[in-house]
Ligand binder design. Structure first.
Ligand code: GCU
Length: 678
């Protein structure tokens, strides 16, 4: 039975015709096995080709027939060295795949400067077959535009996962280090297939215990599994660990004993894990300890840890998600207010990890104003993969368009074309240390992600971390072909459905720039009326500000002036209600119910129309899916169908609850053409 375990690395037999063609391009496999990475590359090619073509090409030392596949680095293979390929531009992790003639025979070469680049190339080659791409005239080369491409697991040591909707943590701490479950290897293969090269194992709301010798041994066992796949392990560090584990009275970063404690801890870690990646830190946010507890800045805290890790090549990923009711007038301003003044104060091995928007992974937010505002600091992107605010496991919401929208947004920091992607890949301000993090949606569910379609969000995160300028549609197409089928009658409608799914969710949850209307705490389902939370800025009413006059959060110069955090041309645009993109209208402005929208209709009319469209879109998605019965296995087909039914019911719940509540304030009738909620 199909259970989704294989993700997009299914390698099921290809259609006969296709397989015949590919077999003639896979007659021999010439590949070393002198290193662990070479060995896993060989195994992956044998597994993939064997699965798709019915048999893996025999291993060989020399090209003796047309259709050989030659894999390796110039350093490890004299055969490849003799080809004198120009590999300079490939860097450490890049690869080329080329159809060439070797010894008078047609061959395909997969070459990198290092083993890991070759592994990435092998996955790309397999993807070509998985997506039915021709392989007879290949001339491809690729290398990542971003250096640190990590998954952040919000996994707790007790096996629970914060904001996880796919079962318990996959890290089975009780059985580690002695039982490295095969699942860890599959996890590493999966990540390597999309270029993920780092994993933060534990929740940013960190438990200090992860830094004890007992746990570090377990962490080392995982690092051993991941290493051949080019994946480094990182840990979330609790800033007060010197107190909790070291018995010190303080965690003040200026205290020499504190510094010594971290140095000793780092030595201990590197002894067990020589390629340890470094620390992720959530400090002075949502009650977590941090340098500000001692009157120090975020830079003081980050630099202290960075100095400890620098000699070993480690980095610090310091989060800018600070949230402490410090800006009672507008929570959206806090990260910028705290970090912008520190630009230029961070060590070279510090990455500031910035959430895509100023608040918290909403269905739609404007890009964070920190992007472009800290030219002397390396900023990395943090996207959420797990759908905390987007329907958890069941709603079909492909996040590619959300990622793409943020990355292609223009910060105007150095004039037109200063996109967020250029901040993230370091090209805007010439930074060598760059990164993208995705907050993982992986759990111990058989299908890893809570639903088959959620797997696409893991997939697209990896692909966009590798190259932040890629098209989310093309990535979706690859994913559908690899995960389901190459049948165009299936691929096209499913890709279209995925591409529209995020906008549908925006429409039925939080259209026109509304945000944080989810039930407080669990963040599932509508609660725009909710004012029960103790802290004002956890209350949905704080964000919608709906009253009898209108709706929306005034962040213009007449309100919180959050717009002033953007570069002047963007600030001017967002400050003006007429120039603000309507999709962000209520994020930046409090607007009267009868305000005329670009369509000529009133805001009230448009609001109702968006909620209604959202539901219509989900109905359309169900309809699309209904027509696709029979193209894929019944197990996965039926679960997606059942989940779409849940999504439709809940989209209606969102629409009806939100319209009813807002109507109680607007006192406007439902516009003509919209039937009252059933
Ligand atoms: C959100 C989320 C928390 C999480 C936090 C973070 O607020 O609800 O569960 O800890 O983000 O990113 O640190």
């Amino acid at each position: 039975a199909e259970d989704g375990y294989e993700l997009w690395l299914r390698y099921h037999p290809l259609a006969a015709e296709q397989a015949t063609i590919y077999r003639s391009h896979a007659t021999q496999l010439i590949i070393g096995s002198a290193t662990p990475t070479q060995t896993v590359t060989r195994e992956e090619l044998q597994r993939g080709l064997g699965g798709m073509l019915g048999r893996a090409p025999p291993l060989s030392d020399a090209v003796t027939s047309d259709g050989a596949i030659v894999v390796g680095t110039p350093a490890s293979s004299p055969l490849i060295a003799r080809l004198r390929l120009d590999t300079k531009s490939l860097g450490n992790e890049g690869y080329l795949i080329r159809s060439i003639v070797v010894n008078g025979r047609a061959a395909t070469v997969i070459v990198g400067n290092n083993d890991i680049g070759v592994l990435y190339g092998a996955f790309h080659f397999l993807r070509l077959l998985q997506t039915n791409h021709p392989v007879d005239h290949l001339d491809l080369h690729d290398s990542p535009r971003v250096k640190v491409r990590v998954l952040d697991h919000w996994d707790n040591l007790d096996g629970s996962v914060e904001r996880g909707y796919a079962g318990a943590s996959i890290w089975d701490w009780f059985k580690l280090p002695d039982w490295p479950a095969p699942r860890y290897t599959d996890y590493a293969r999966t990540n390597a297939s999309i270029g993920i090269n780092g994993v933060v194992l534990n929740n940013a709301n960190a438990n200090s215990q992860i830094l004890t010798p007992t746990y570090l041994e377990k962490v080392a066992a995982l690092a051993n599994v991941f290493r051949p796949y080019g994946i480094r392990v990182y840990l979330s560090a609790r800033f007060s660990a010197p107190i909790e584990l070291g018995g010190l009275k303080t965690a003040d970063p200026f205290d020499p004993q504190v510094q010594r404690w971290w140095r000793t801890k780092a030595d201990e870690i590197y002894k067990l894990i020589p390629d340890f990646g470094g620390f992720l830190v959530k400090a002075n946010s949502e009650g977590q300890p941090g340098p500000r507890d001692y009157g120090r800045t975020h830079a003081d805290g980050a630099n202290m840890l960075a100095d400890v890790l620098a000699p070993r090549g480690g980095i610090v990923m310091w989060r800018t998600f600070v949230y402490s009711q410090a800006n009672p007038d507008d929570r959206a301003k806090q990260a910028y207010d705290e970090f912008k003044p520190l630009d230029g104060h961070f060590r070279a091995n510090v990455l500031l990890q910035v959430k895509n928007g100023p608040i918290d992974f909403q269905p739609r937010e404007p890009f964070s104003p920190l992007f472009g505002a800290m030219p002397k600091t390396s900023l990395m992107m943090e996207f959420q993969i797990t759908k905390e605010y987007l329907g958890f496991a069941t709603h079909l919401v492909y996040l590619g368009p959300l990622y793409e929208e943020v990355l292609s947004a223009d910060t105007m920091a150095h004039g037109k074309g200063s996109t967020v992607a250029k901040v993230i890949d370091g090209s805007l301000d010439n930074h060598a240390l760059t990164g993208v993090a995705g907050d993982a949606n992986v759990g111990s569910d058989q299908n890893w992600c809570g639903s088959d379609f959620n797997q696409a969000n893991w997939y697209v995160l990896g692909r966009m971390a590798w190259n932040p300028t890629q098209s989310s549609r093309l990535i979706a197409e690859d994913w559908v072909r690899m995960t389901f089928t190459n049948d165009q009658a299936f691929v096209k409608p499913v890709v279209d459905m995925m591409m529209g799914s995020r906008e549908a969710a925006v429409d039925y949850m939080t259209p026109l720039g509304l945000h944080h209307q989810m039930g407080p705490g669990h963040h599932y389902g509508p609660a725009p009326w909710d004012a029960s939370e103790s802290e004002a800025d956890w209350r949905p009413v704080y964000y919608n500000r709906a009253d009898s006059d209108g709706i929306g959060f005034d962040r213009s110069s007449t309100g919180s002036d959050a717009v002033a955090q953007y570069a002047p041309p963007i600030a001017a645009q967002f400050n003006d209600v007429k120039q603000t993109p309507e999709e962000l209208l209520l994020w930046f402005h409090h607007v009267p119910w009868d305000y005329r929208m670009r369509s000529g209709q009133t805001l009230w009319y448009e609001l109702v129309a968006h909620y209604t469209h959202g539901v219509d879109d989900v109905q359309q998605m169900r309809e699309t899916w209904r027509h696709l019965n029979g193209y894929i296995d019944p197990e996965r087909y039926q679960q997606a169908a059942a989940f779409l039914a849940i999504q439709e019911k809940e989209a209606q719940w969102w629409r009806d609850a939100c319209i009813a509540y807002f109507q109680s304030l607007s006192q406007r009738p439902l516009p003509p053409g919209f039937s009252p909620p059933q």
